[in-house]
Design a binder for this molecule. Structure first.
Ligand SMILES: [Zn+2]
Length: 298
């Protein structure tokens, strides 16, 4: 038995064949560990994009990869064939930070005619979920990899985050820090028919605030500077996947936009909350009366 911690980078593109957008994989990175969690080997492969000939600006910004870099890559089917060889015949437990990578791997396999399963991975662990259980942060809010590393005192140091190999190295370090064989077993899914059925489930973003799945406790905001009650300046408005409202703490003269996304998963609700600082000028522009209006909207 071996562990393979994997991470992918991708570029969002329009796939004519499926008449919709999907994430085309541009890099595969992985770290292989034995049962004692010794790091045995590393894998890194650039994938020459076939669908999106040009990287989107945000992909270039996040990954620092260029179109020229990808010219040196191999096609996706070739990359998978090298990756499979690298994994080898040993029974494998694959791990990734959140299940986005495994979904993307399946989408790409399907798109490039390699079938809609990944038989070279026999078992799967959503490392993010397992990590949050181990550090007793089982909130529905997901912790990013970099923050997670900080929570268990891992020095991110010289790693280039958002590159596949370095992200998988960091995820592997997080895994080593919080390893507990017994708890881990609860998080290992066999990649069987039910597993694929869950992954193929189309995630739905909740856009109606009165939906019973909207957990109101996530719509509260306490000033992150003083911990005091902040005043809600605007009602919750839905746009681009998120419910958004502005809050203001008079004590700190600090304003933010709180953004909360609720997604209905196969058998759970996933919540993401983002707080963005807002300048006082922006508030005045958006709500000219907010300075005088004392009735905090709920
Ligand atoms: Zn405050």
């Amino acid at each position: 038995m071996q562990y393979v911690v994997l991470d992918l980078e991708w570029n969002n593109v329009y796939g004519k064949k499926i008449k919709s957008f999907f994430n085309e994989i541009i890099e595969i990175g992985a770290v292989k560990l034995d049962e004692q969690l010794n790091i045995c080997d590393e894998f890194s492969c650039l994938v020459k994009a076939q669908v999106g000939k040009k990287l989107r600006l945000n992909t270039r910004e996040i990954t620092h990869l260029t179109n020229e870099d990808l010219e040196n890559g191999v096609t996706f089917p070739k990359a998978i064939s090298i990756f499979k060889k690298w994994i080898g015949a040993e029974e494998t437990v694959a791990l990734s930070w959140g299940d986005g990578d495994i979904r993307t791997l399946i989408d790409n396999s399907k798109y490039f005619g390699l079938g809609d399963e990944v038989p070279y991975l026999q078992n799967y662990v959503d490392l993010q979920k397992y990590f949050q259980r181990m550090i007793k942060c089982e909130s529905k809010q997901q912790i990013g990899l970099k923050n997670a590393a900080g929570l268990v005192d891992i020095d991110v140091g010289n790693l280039s985050l958002h590159r596949a190999l370095d992200d998988s190295r960091l995820a592997a370090e997080c895994f080593r820090k919080i390893y507990d064989k017994k708890v881990l077993e609860e998080y290992i899914y066999k990649c069987d028919a039910d597993f694929y059925k869950r992954l193929r489930y189309k995630i739905k973003v909740i856009s109606f605030i009165k939906n019973p799945l909207v957990d109101k406790s996530y719509l509260k905001y306490k000033c992150e500077k003083c911990g005091g009650k902040a005043k809600q300046l605007t009602g919750w408005k839905y746009s681009n996947q998120y419910f958004r409202a502005n809050f203001y703490c008079p004590k700190c003269d600090h304003a933010v936009t709180v953004m909360v996304r609720f997604r209905k998963m196969y058998d759970s609700t996933e919540i993401k909350k983002v707080i963005k600082p807002l300048s006082i000028t922006e508030i005045k522009e958006q709500n000219p009366e907010s300075q005088e209006n004392d009735n905090g909207k709920v």
